[in-house]
Design a protein around this ligand. Structure first.
Ligand SMILES: [Zn+2]
Ligand SMILES: [Zn+2]
Length: 363
């Protein structure tokens, strides 16, 4: 989220809550809207969903909300009101902004001007971030809401990105008069070189901010809650647009997902796989077999004479994702008993004895 976003967007209106709404109301409003607008349920409503998510992202975070409120207040008066010392001349700033609007204006104000200086918050696109998360096999199939802890560089909270200690503001450099460049005469030539007093920024910070030591930037940890879509597979990289570093537009967040194996179920693309141990008698005679699925069991009918290793397709019991629904591939495997009761042993011996006669029958 950039300062431009803050200045231009009404996050309270986006969530339909008053400006003094308590955090619980904000959460409630968001949940209701998010459920209504979720793209899975409401195709085409993605812009509005994004708007609501963005609003919630800011208003649910006390520090961000304070920052937002302050930025809005700053702008409600029609322009920057700080720096009564006159270092920020509104007309001058508008002149420099070149008609580019809020983002250029704030880009100049919150970072150094004229290059050279860091611009922790400005009109540049925010950088992309990458992180990872691990899901259980079933959570990956169902989709899951996860909390991700992210580190990114943003404007320092203490000085709001100016680099100057609270109560002070950067001064126009007295050597270059804010130009960032000084002219030097060398023989017949005159040329401009970066001002060494201000390192080309045009401004000097007399009392650096104690938090960021004058850089205006701060590494910030934040925790965001994101929805990993249903059907994500192991090793997949998911792009969450606009969830990266602050900027205009904000960068994207890439989440690499690790999916843990399941003791029973496996996966082949959109199909799930399962191995089902079945007694020899049932494969030979035919019968029903209980096959585990993601949600309970289904009954599979195997015909008489089913060979071990045969795979049956259970329609629609595979991976469900936006792309569609896969099948469950159930492979039956002969289970050989390791212990036999007397009755079982006698029956098998009789079977084996009968086998000689059976083999004489031409197949
Ligand atoms: Zn600072
Ligand atoms: Zn200078």
């Amino acid at each position: 989220m950039s300062v431009r976003d803050y200045a231009e967007k009404d996050y309270y209106a986006a969530l339909g809550v008053p400006k003094d709404a308590p955090a619980t109301d904000i959460k409630k409003a968001y949940r209701k809207l998010a459920a209504e607008l979720h793209p899975d349920r409401n195709p085409g409503g993605e812009d509005r969903f994004k708007e609501v998510s963005e609003a919630y992202d800011v208003l649910s975070d006390a520090a961000k909300r304070k920052d937002y409120d302050e930025t809005r207040e700053l702008y409600a008066g029609g322009g920057p009101r700080f720096a009564p010392g006159g270092d920020f001349d509104v007309n001058d700033l508008f002149g420099r902004a070149g008609g580019g609007g809020f983002s250029d204006l704030f880009g100049g104000m919150f970072g150094g001007q004229r290059g050279g200086a860091r611009r922790p918050q400005g009109p540049r696109r925010g950088s992309d971030l990458e992180t990872s998360t691990t899901l259980s096999f079933l959570d990956a199939l169902a989709g899951s809401t996860v909390s991700l802890r992210l580190s990114s560089e943003g404007a320092c909270d203490t000085c709001r990105g100016t680099g100057a200690a609270p109560g002070t503001s950067p001064k126009t450099c007295g050597v270059c008069h804010g130009q960032g460049l000084v002219n030097r005469n060398q023989g017949a030539f005159a040329f401009a070189e970066p001002c060494t007093a201000c390192r080309g920024t045009g401004r000097v910070i007399e009392t650096p901010c104690p938090t960021c030591h004058g850089t205006g930037a701060q590494t910030k940890d934040r925790t965001i809650t994101v929805r990993i879509p249903a059907g994500v597979s192991d090793g997949q990289r998911i792009r969450l647009a606009g969830k990266g570093s602050a900027g205009n537009p904000p960068g994207d967040l890439f989440v690499r997902v690790t999916v843990l194996p399941h003791p029973v179920l496996g996966r082949k693309g959109d199909n799930l796989t399962v191995r089902v141990p079945v007694g020899f008698d049932r494969l030979a005679l035919g019968g029903t077999v209980a096959v585990p699925t993601v949600d309970g069991h289904v009954t599979l009918r195997v015909p008489p004479g089913t060979p071990s290793g045969k795979t049956f397709r259970v329609k629609g019991k595979g991976v469900m994702s936006k792309k569609g629904t896969g099948d469950l591939l159930a492979t039956v495997e002969v289970q050989v008993p390791t212990e036999l009761s007397d009755a079982e042993r006698q029956a098998l011996e009789a079977y084996a004895a009968a086998g000689a006669a059976r083999e004489e029958v031409p197949s």
